[in-house]
Design a protein around this ligand. Structure first.
Ligand code: B3K
Ligand code: ZN
Length: 887
């Protein structure tokens, strides 16, 4: 561990810079080991008049060649330079131009932050603090400047030269084998949005005509030979551009929009102005090399990065504490885009599954933090599920609370008021408050209080009197910040479901008077729970009613209701809200697994209620729902979700066994019905990745799961693998064959490897399928795979596919009782930390839920973490995660 942990950066310490940078000119002379970066910054004092304070700029590992002001080289006594900071001691009082030259070794940059070169392609990644690895700068989001970038390089080796904005000039450099390009971005932007890409790249091109008739040239660049796999991404881009015009009135603003797909990238993608850089995993797809869910991800991530052009780039963050300002809002926008492109309920269920898988555990463990944090040691560690997806849920709730119109008015005002600005969450909320007159002060607590609220529901029904009473109580968990919590404003969409499935109207809701907005909200099918407790009595009900609460998952909370199993079965059959039909079945399944687990603990076998299997069978057959929805309704809650629900002393082996037993039970009792339902909805011949066909395939694969769990016979899967015509089917079959350890698994894996040995993205799936195979011995397999010739510690996608898949999605393997899984992961973190701290710290978050498990495992995990913490020279990224995990 570093002797002194990195200092805490606090929101309350925010203050603007002493100087403003109006314009930046960068001149890159690219060469593999020595790229020369000449930077000219037009600076002026923010508060003109006073004595000019020293100018202090950020650096990170920089090699300074020279520094000058207004063309005059500075003497050694006039500045102080370290690799991490440049201080000009006595800057001029009048506006001036600071010229620095630095030298960067792109080849040695294994951290993939700043300027790096991989597979011969020069790429940059500057968010959050990578620009300071290129040149000295105010590397913070509130310093917005206009950039002009000149790039020169060998014409033969680096034919494509790209940066932000519009191309203004390019050509050969007379008398040399080099050429150059000049890019100008007229929109002032923070340094984290700077990008440069250069190399020998292939491309596809297209045109988009904006709503006002401007022609925008679109291009997607990739490695040569992969161009044909970029067409779906191009289509998704054009649909995103149109959608943002139609839904938010946002038009694209430059003459070109470029996307580049690169194979070594730490995260998903990056929204650099006019030059989005992508992990190629989120660009390249075709029938042979992408699954249905890959297509959906490509569509979502392309849209996400494009939407940042307005929510992130045109309006950016004042400081990194405001990260959710751009991320939460942009995730919300991409979720809505995908919902419009595909099935809305299916998208919503998928997003809620994701939230429960990624965000709830984070919010319940030692790494919990508010959506708008107030302190950090390493900002890279705050690109979290909480900031992204809980942040998106807040935007969704804002829309639910204010209504479509109010939300639209707020967004319009936000764009009008803050275009070109670097703003805060308070500014964001003020736009909605001002546009609608709503008081959002209590709502704002969603940004400031960590932890997932719990809503306990008790209900009482009096059929004779025609009344239904609801008692709602919110509980806010304790979180690592230890702060006392205030009641949040929880919007609960609801309906009172009558015997025929229609929502009943009611005469009055007693108890609603307490909150000013409650009456109007109730009319919109919304209960605003803003107190610790609320008692509502609905009167005038013409028939018996079952309350359906949190429809559409209207708030990111856990509901603990006293609904009986009969009532849940009723909702699963009758609720008009598709989300809650799914949720009722999930609830029943959660209860079944929890009870089975408790019995297992007492040495008994689980004994499942056959009505559950019958309900699964019935839903599978219900052709009122599209196949994708039915497939989701047939998926059981994950082991991780169950571990969290059980909450302590979890034995992952027992949990796995019980969940498997339930799958087999449903397979025994309803497997035939499910298979028959799937047979009645076959995908169209050939391959089309559209939502309907993808849904049909997922229904088939759900049927496979039950069939194999019930019969143990996998011959049909081997057959499916042999005859598969697309990757989706092939991966689904391989997954079941490997996870059920069916005979032929070895050959199936070997065949798959041979078929795809030259396609890294598909090979990643080959690694993941093995890494997630349940069982203690999978650790041995994973260790062996780290020595496989196709494995590389240098490729983030490969490391995620194997090591993170194991640590994050293999409960029985990673949490092996002897602690060997923990030690393996800790070793991987240490090994990676030396080359790529961002990837290392992401791996380290696999430990975040260790306290859920049995004491023996808990102790083993702590030992592994403490041993890791004791290592010298850990990066801030990793030491920050470990310190907080152990705290
Ligand atoms: N803004 C980037 C993420 C940058 C991560 C830096 N560690 C991608 C996105 O959210 O769109
Ligand atoms: Zn984003």
């Amino acid at each position: 561990m570093q002797k002194n942990a990195a200092p805490l950066v606090r929101l309350e310490d925010y203050r603007p810079t002493d100087y403003v940078i109006d314009a930046v000119a960068l001149d890159f002379s690219l060469a593999p080991r020595r790229t020369r970066v000449a930077a000219s910054l037009n600076l002026r004092q923010r508060e003109a008049g006073g004595p000019p304070p020293p100018l202090s700029l950020d650096g990170d590992g920089l090699k300074l060649v020279s520094v000058a002001i207004d063309g005059r080289r500075l003497a050694d006594t006039e500045y102080e330079a370290t690799p991490d900071r440049l201080t000009v001691l006595h800057p001029p009082a009048e506006p001036f131009c600071l010229e620095t030259v630095t030298e960067v070794d792109a080849d040695a940059n294994t951290a993939l932050m700043g300027l790096y070169r991989s597979s011969g392609i020069y790429t940059t990644q500057c968010e959050a603090e990578g620009f300071r690895r290129i040149t000295y700068f105010y590397d913070r989001p509130d310093v917005l400047a206009v950039y002009t970038v000149r790039i020169e390089a060998s014409a033969a080796e680096v034919p494509v030269l790209l940066s932000n904005g519009n191309l203004t000039e390019s050509g050969p450099l007379a008398g040399t084998d080099r050429h150059y390009a000049i890019w100008h971005d007229p929109f002032p932007k923070p340094s984290y949005l700077f990008a440069l890409v250069a190399g020998d790249l292939g491309a596809i091109h297209d045109i988009f005509v904006t709503q006002s008739g401007r022609r925008v040239r679109l291009a997607i660049y990739c490695e040569h030979g992969k161009e044909e796999r970029c067409h779906y991404a191009m289509d998704a881009l054009k649909r995103s551009m149109r959608w943002d015009e139609e839904v938010y009135g946002r038009e694209y603003d430059l003459d070109v929009f470029n996307i580049v797909a690169v194979s070594d990238f730490n995260m998903g993608a990056m929204e650099n102005k006019g030059l989005n850089v992508f992990n190629d995993k989120y660009v390249l797809v075709d029938a042979e090399t992408g699954t249905d869910s890959d297509y959906a991800h490509v569509e979502g991530v392309i849209a996400h990065e494009y939407f940042h052009n307005w929510t992130g780039n045109r309006i950016t963050c004042r400081d990194w504490f405001q990260l959710c300002l751009k991320e939460g809002l942009t995730v919300f926008r991409d979720q809505e885009f995908s919902a419009d492109m595909r099935s809305r309920p299916v998208k919503r269920i998928g997003d809620v599954i994701g939230l429960r898988q990624a965000q709830f555990p984070e919010d319940a463990g030692p790494l919990a933090h508010p959506v708008r944090p107030t302190a950090y040691r390493e900002i890279n560690n705050f690109y979290t599920a909480t900031v992204y997806v809980k942040g998106a849920e807040i935007c969704r709730m804002l829309k639910t609370v204010l209504g479509e119109e109010g939300f639209g008015a707020g967004m319009d005002l936000y764009f009008a008021r803050h275009d070109g600005g670097a703003v805060t969450i308070e500014d964001f909320l003020a736009a909605f408050a001002d546009a609608t007159g709503a008081d959002l002060s209590q709502f704002a607590l969603w940004y400031h209080q960590a932890g997932t609220p719990k809503v306990a529901v008790r209900h009482a029904h009096d059929a004779k009197a025609g009344t239904l009473s609801l008692h709602l109580k919110q509980e806010l968990p304790e979180t690592p910040d230890g702060k006392p919590k205030r009641a949040q404003l929880i919007p609960l969409a609801f309906g009172l479901v009558g015997p025929d499935g229609q929502d009943l109207s009611f005469a009055e809701a007693k108890g609603a008077e307490k909150l000013a907005d409650q009456g109007a909200a109730l009319e919109r099918g919304l209960i605003l729970l803003g107190e610790d407790e609320l008692e509502l009595t609905f009167t005038g009900l013409k028939a018996g009613a079952v309350p359906s609460l949190l429809r559409g998952f209207s708030a990111p909370v856990r509901v603990e209701s006293d609904l009986s199993e009969e009532e849940l079965f009723f909702l699963a059959r009758q609720d008009s809200d598709a989300f809650n039909r799914w949720e009722a079945l999930q609830d029943l399944s959660r209860r079944a697994i929890a009870e089975g687990y408790a019995l297992h603990h007492q040495g008994h076998e689980a004994d499942f209620d056959p009505r559950l299997a019958a309900a699964f069978g019935e839903l599978a057959e219900n052709e009122d729902f599209d196949p994708a929805f039915r497939a989701l309704a047939l998926s059981l809650p994950s082991e991780a979700e169950m571990a969290e629900l059980i909450g302590k002393d979890v034995d992952p082996d027992a949990l796995h066994e019980v969940r498997d037993a339930l799958t087999a039970d449903i397979g025994d009792l309803a497997g035939e019905r499910i298979s028959e339902a799937a047979r009645r909805s076959p995908p169209d011949p050939g391959y089309s990745p559209d939502a309907m066909n993808a849904g049909r395939r997922s229904l088939t694969h759900a049927a496979w799961r039950y069939r194999v769990a019930s019969s143990g016979d996998g011959a049909f899967l081997m057959e499916a693998l042999r005859t598969a015509e697309n990757l989706t089917v092939r991966v689904a079959a391989l997954h079941l064959i490997v996870h059920h350890r069916l005979s032929g698994a070895e050959e199936a894996l070997a065949d798959f490897f041979e078929r795809y040995r030259d396609n890294p993205l598909v090979l990643d799936k080959w690694f993941s399928v093995q890494a997630t195979r349940p069982g203690h011995d999978t650790l041995d397999l994973v260790e062996e795979l780290t020595r496989h010739p196709a494995f590389s510690w240098k490729t983030p996608n490969r490391v995620y596919a194997l090591v993170r898949a194991f640590g994050g999605a293999n409960l029985t393997g990673f949490h092996r009782p002897d602690g060997a899984g923990y030690r393996f992961l800790a070793d991987a973190v240490l090994r990676l930390d030396a080359t790529n701290p961002s990837v290392a710290s992401r791996l380290a978050t696999c430990f975040r839920s260790y306290r859920l498990f049995s004491p023996r495992r808990w102790a083993e995990a702590e030992t592994a973490l403490k041993d890791l913490a004791a290592q010298p020279d850990l990066s801030t990224d990793v030491s920050d995660i470990i310190l907080r995990t152990l705290a």
